[in-house]
Design a protein. Structure first.
Length: 200
């Protein structure tokens, strides 16, 4: 008999939570994705984290207790993180990719001409498909338009280095569903190549 899916405990640190988020359902205003790729960021212990140098107006949501959204913009695109751990720790998981499981017509309207498997492929595309904006920063999961629901864990989980970060990129803190066509391309930051690394 298969156990019913349960939500991961977001009171734990991001590195512990990140792989357990795979398969969970992220729902925003009627559009829902099954999470297939994530990256962990660990605050003051992580030079790649927005919170490495402390609290700012931009990253304040990262310092809230686990169970909230931290949304920032990069090159004009929103990126969604789920805050983990106790207050003032600034531990969060970036949601990098998902598979549409609800509201697909809305997602298609937001990303016309894109194949369904790629509608939420990559953190910016995921937010565009879901309709996530900077206005969702600080939202309490389940008590706002942003909800996290339990889902079935993937059969195979892979892990590797983080992408598009110039510091601590080599930490294997990215996790993904090894069988999903919606996982992002995973391009390394140029600084990684400068170090003579072969890539993913």
């Amino acid at each position: 008999m298969t156990a019913e899916p349960v939500l991961p405990d977001l009171a734990r640190r991001a590195l512990a939570v990140a792989p357990d988020l795979l398969g969970c359902i992220l729902q925003v205003r009627g559009v829902a994705v099954r999470i297939v790729e994530v990256e962990a960021y660990e605050g003051a212990d992580d030079p790649a984290s927005h919170a490495w140098r402390g609290r700012t107006q931009r990253n304040a949501s990262m310092f809230a207790p686990g169970g909230r959204a931290y949304v920032y913009t990069l090159h004009g695109h929103a990126c969604l993180n789920l805050v983990c751990g106790p207050a003032d720790v600034a531990s969060a998981v970036l949601i990098r990719a998902g598979e549409l499981v609800g509201g697909i017509e809305q997602a298609r309207e937001r990303r016309p001409g894109v194949r369904d498997a790629w509608l939420a492929r990559g953190p910016g595309n995921l937010c565009r498909a879901l309709g996530v904006t900077r206005a969702d920063d600080g939202a309490v999961l389940g008590a706002s338009d942003v909800a996290l629901l339990p889902g079935a864990r993937p059969d195979a989980v892979a892990s590797g280095v983080r992408v598009n970060v110039s510091r601590a990129w080599d930490r294997p803190w990215r996790f993904w569903d090894a069988h999903s066509a919606s996982v992002s391309a995973g391009k390394l930051h140029p600084a990684a190549w400068a170090g003579g690394q072969p890539g993913l």
